[in-house]
Design a protein around this ligand. Sequence first.
Ligand code: ZN
Length: 112
Amino acid sequence: MVGQISGGLKEEKLMKKTYRLLGPDGIMFESLVPGTLGGYRRKKIYGRLDCPSANAALKKGGYAKHRVFFAGEEDAIRAGYRPCGKCMKEFYRKWKAGGRPGTREYPWLTTP
Ligand SMILES: [Zn+2]
């Protein structure tokens, strides 16, 4: 039963709560602190946890399994993700405008 399985997991997590985050190398790892940014794996976009666009997609369903979390922005960038156009407009604009990869103004590794 689903209830029994989730109950068991809950007990395990109570002993040592961990969060599954996506690392800078693109590999998932267990973290003791929750992620500060969310991401959409299929399009490699990262954004705020309260992103209206992501939350709307989560409500519609089917999005949750592609949802990832990052410890911070640097991890997201290193994993090859780019900023969300909805909740991170400022960064998105910079990313979209292009620039020299690796510079302060353009830290994203992939060109638009
Ligand atoms: Zn967003």
